[in-house]
Design a protein around this ligand. Structure first.
Ligand SMILES: Cc1cc2nc3c(=O)[nH]c(=O)nc-3n(C[C@H](O)[C@H](O)[C@H](O)COP(=O)(O)OP(=O)(O)OC[C@H]3O[C@@H](n4cnc5c(N)ncnc54)[C@H](O)[C@@H]3O)c2cc1C
Length: 254
């Protein structure tokens, strides 16, 4: 978790975990945390040495029952209403020094880099599934919806658009499969996971947007799954590292 003034720039984290005898005293907050309502153990990204950048970052485990830990309100998101995103607050939260993850302080940034690649592959996989499901829903709909006396599917424009989207979904899935296979084979390079997330999120969101169009006005009504998919999709270009940050990571390996 990073402080409220930090987002993409992880090493600028404001939350601190300062040593006091055999304990760390944690102070700070984190604005967006998925499933914050249910968690009972959180991994906090904090500065154990605030005078340093990346080298001062550590990961520390906190049980949510610890005094000083508080959950903020459930944030009102554009989509994904079946799942909560909450703020978390830490005010003089004391945890034993043994709650530090890893052999020594200052490894947090590197631990994050390793784990974030995995999270990005997971998000990329979700995007591939989301895009595929949107195309399937659209095909189902245009085969039964009539306009000007024929099913929408009978119009060449509809079929060509959906044919293109189906091909696009295959290209997303192939990219994600490639990156996941590399990970399984032991290649956890951040740029490979970032390429998969960039492609799957940007293209996946575009596919869902195009699918909404086949539904006409119904595509804008929340009772239709395609409308909920549209609202849910957008954040994939933002969380787990934004598309811009993915480009930053990819370019560093060029
Ligand atoms: C629904 C939701 C759930 C979330 N869940 C979690 C969670 O469980 N755990 C967690 O840790 N975080 C979570 N997040 C946080 C998420 O990872 C951040 O929102 C995201 O990394 C972007 O940070 P930011 O919002 O502070 O945007 P900022 O970092 O302020 O970025 C704003 C804009 O500036 C751009 N930008 C920033 N730096 C650069 C640069 N160097 N070059 C070019 N452009 C740049 C960004 O790409 C973006 O477009 C969640 C966010 C949301 C919306």
């Amino acid at each position: 978790m990073h402080g409220t003034h930090t987002g993409s720039d992880l090493q600028a984290v404001k939350t601190t975990a300062l040593r006091d005898g055999d304990h760390y005293v944690i102070n700070g907050s984190k604005t967006f945390i998925s499933n914050g309502s249910h968690c009972d153990l959180v991994v906090v990204v904090a500065k154990t040495d605030p005078s340093q950048g990346a080298a001062g970052v550590s990961l520390i485990v906190v049980e949510t029952g610890t005094p000083g830990f508080e959950r903020g309100r459930v944030l009102e998101k554009v989509g994904q209403h079946g799942q909560d995103t909450r703020e978390l607050f830490f005010a003089d939260v004391r945890v034993p020094v043994t709650n530090l993850l890893g052999a020594q302080e200052g490894l947090g940034f590197y631990q994050l880099m390793e784990q974030l690649a995995r999270e990005r592959l997971a998000i990329a996989s979700v995007c591939a599934g989301m895009a595929e499901a949107a195309v399937l829903e659209a095909v189902k709909y245009v085969k039964q919806r009539q306009a000007f006396g024929r099913e929408l599917w009978k119009y060449q424009h509809t079929r060509f658009e959906l044919a293109e989207l189906k091909a696009e979904v295959l290209s997303i899935k192939t990219t994600v499969d490639h990156a996941v296979q590399a990970y399984i084979d032991g290649n956890n390079s951040p740029d490979i996971a970032s390429m998969a997330k960039l492609v799957a999120a940007d293209k996946g969101v575009a596919v869902v947007d195009k699918c909404v169009q086949f539904f006409g006005g119904y595509g804008y009504m929340m009772e239709y799954p395609i409308a909920r998919a549209y609202a849910a999709a957008r954040v994939n270009k933002i969380y787990g590292g934004t598309s811009e940050i993915m480009k930053e990571i990819i370019s560093r390996a060029m």
